[in-house]
Design a protein around this ligand. Sequence first.
Ligand code: F6R
Length: 612
Amino acid sequence: MCGIVGYIGGQQVNDILLTGLQRLEYRGYDSAGIAIVAEGQLKVHKQKGKVSDLVATLESNGQLQGTLGIGHTRWATHGFPNDENAHPHTNVTGSFALVHNGIIENYGALRQKLKQKGYTFKSETDTEALVHLIDDVQKATSLPLEEAVRQALTQVVGTYGIAVVSVEDPDLLIAARMGSPLILGVGEGEYFIASDAAPLVEHTRQVVYLNDGELVVLRRSGFEVRTIDNVKLEKQITELEWDLEEIEKSGYEHFMLKEIMEQPESLENCMRGRLRLEENCINLGGLIEVMDDLRAAERVIICACGTSWHAALVGEYLIEKFARIPVEVEYASEFRYRNPILREGDVVLVISQSGETADTLAAVREAKQQGILTLGVVNTVGSTIARETDAGVYLHAGPEIGVASTKAFTAQVLVLTMIALKLAENRTLTDAEMAEALRAVSQIPDKVRKLLELDKELCNIAHSYRFANNFLYLGRGFNFPVALEGALKLKEISYIHAEGYPAAEMKHGPIALIDRFMPVVFIAMKDRTYDKVVSNIEEVAARQGSVIAITDEGNGELDKLCEYVIRIPHTEEFLSPLLTVVPLQLLSYHVAVMRGCNVDQPRNLAKSVTVE
Ligand code: F6R
């Protein structure tokens, strides 16, 4: 949700900012801008549209020279995506510029107060109120800019990741965060700040994670971190694990396709060192200290949003099956606002690819406040949720750049599978059963590899349905959450209305929608519910619905009922979401490409939803 980048050092900053913004564009892409301090001037260029539009304008106007600057790619919260509302925003005299990710919740009151003091507003953004507030504090106190920024932030209610540069001090970059992520990159006589690690990797691997309520003052000679309350802090420099290759498309047309195709490897990475076939056990280092509490849990509450919430639903089936611990799955956004009843013995487990989702983070904080053990299943190393939960398991899926989550989902389900099996160790599974389960898990990456060969077939199917207006996805048991995920994938990237349902629920309403214009995707794996699902397929076929079924290799029984049958490798029922979701990802991808949609940057969406 909005990307921020900043640089101070000896290199020309123009390209650093623009490349950084391109790497951050998945966080928001309705407008972009940069501000550069050079030769006694603060030069700002910002405009509606993608970063590529900004690059084209700057190329035709001549690059901005300078070695200090900030940039922003926006996902609009307050005010239309237009040139005026784009960031950076400047104060009235144009002496300093600011970029902001987050929401200044008391901007209305601030705006009114500042207007009374004579400030005029050029934009509709909440951010401009902060700019004028800093200006007002500085005028009233004659304090240095960094101190004025700090004092202004004490008056702000809401969330922010900000960066500020000023023409009056060409050796100063100020950044601060509250609820919106910011990372500091440390180089030789140069520093970077960014909303996440993507713009940093090609420059440095040394990073400092800023926490909420912290402000950093960067000069070419060094940096100092203070709290917004003005307490000096010593921060630890940590090593970034990302590779540049991981955040590039590597020959693929879209990040989404690359990430779908990477799943055999991301799943292997996720299980590496954790799945111990010889020792017949699971090793989850991040949970060792809390394992006794987790085993003794009376109830596990899983909170997440979007695709991660779908993984949570699979987790519910897995943990209840293997650990026999009751599980409740909550939308993080609902959990946080309804004063949830938490009791001793509860464990709150949150799932988040980015580790920055505002609602999921708020769920962690709510649980912690009530003294409840919190666990995180997170992809982004060093993210806020990873740092704030008591313990957790990283996905090790590598950076996910495509806005539609794919490889993170399968890695989340795999981690939840490993957690469930760990809880079953010496409890609900015999040694032989555990060995059988681990063997089946270990075969999953190869099975995904094999089913990715169906890409061409799925592309053909997509061609037949590219003009559909609606889609229904139906599945049961472990594959009900996959039906939800299949529908979400399609709607978010192709803008086709799609719904997911438990297959048996169809008769309680959605069946009314069935006619020859309604494609229905059935997940019909040969498991306990297969016969029931086949009856549902019959019901749809009888009403001329057009059925696409996903079933096991070698199963020819559905051919007469279905328009298309996608046959995938067989696995244990509890592992089938790891396979069944993949053709649905590919189907959505191809439909969206054929409809001319921007797959990696779907309209209105942003990866990492750091506002409520
Ligand atoms: C859908 C998608 C979103 C995210 C959701 C949670 O493809 O990507 O629904 O799953 O915004 O994000 P994280 O997992 O980062 O908390």
